[in-house]
Design a protein around this ligand. Structure first.
Ligand code: 4GS
Length: 222
């Protein structure tokens, strides 16, 4: 059982995790997902959570005391605190697999221009980015992490699915998949897949994986 605690100003954004594979995993108690609204920790009568940046500039900055109190309300001895930010190391499949061994992951989501640096320095164990582009908040990266990590939790998806997919398989992309009908818009399913010869099918798939990786993502091959 891995527990995810999300610190966010927009807990409604995480409703989608109640659907599909992640929703089922939660229902089966294989993972647990808890959201905490940072705004609930505002001491201000207007529930203010952000203020203008010292030194000037655009946008608002989330205040450190509010974020800290929110963190304090959920922290555990074993918790690993991750801040989603373009300054972090870019997430990859190895990191996903390593994180799936944690017991409790706290995901801190910034919004607006970000969070006061002092509270980041005080509570964050690791900064992670989901790619070199700018989003409006850390919520979508937090969802991407929960989704990718949960796949590795026992019982969430089949062992075969974990092993077959891209990257698990020594950094190769997936071979193409086909289903019925046998012919679609004049295009036939490759014959070998209908042959029932599993040795030939495995070999064809391995070759396709290599070919596609070489073609589309040669950077993955070293
Ligand atoms: C990312 C990213 C991100 C940066 C949050 C600007 C709001 C935003 N977080 N991977 N402030 N890429 N965060 O763009 O993790």
């Amino acid at each position: 059982m891995i527990k995810f605690t999300i610190l966010t100003l927009f807990p409604e954004m995480f409703e989608n995790l109640k659907t599909s594979i992640i929703g089922r995993a939660t229902e089966k108690n294989l993972i647990s997902i808890e959201t905490v609204n940072i705004r609930d920790f505002s001491k201000n009568k207007h529930k203010k959570v952000d203020d203008t940046p010292y030194g000037g500039g655009a946008g608002m900055v989330m205040m450190p005391d509010v974020v800290y109190d929110c963190y304090e309300s959920v922290k555990t001895d074993k918790a690993k605190v991750i801040y989603l930010s373009p300054q972090g190391k870019i997430l990859n499949q190895k990191k996903v697999k390593d994180l799936s061994k944690e017991e409790h992951i706290i995901l801190l989501c910034g919004h607006y221009e970000g969070i006061d640096q002092r509270v980041i320095d005080e509570i964050v164990d690791e900064e992670i980015s989901i790619g070199d582009y700018v989003l409006t908040g850390g919520e979508i990266p937090a969802m991407a992490m929960i989704d990718a990590i949960s796949r590795y939790v026992d019982g969430v998806i089949s062992k075969e699915s974990i092993e077959e997919e891209s990257f698990s398989n020594g950094n190769l992309l997936e071979y193409p998949q086909y289903t019925r009908p046998e012919e679609f818009h004049g295009k036939k399913v490759p014959k070998v897949l209908l042959s029932g010869n599993h040795k030939n099918i495995d070999e064809w798939r391995k070759n396709k994986s290599l070919e596609i990786t070489r073609q589309k993502r040669p950077d993955l091959l070293n």
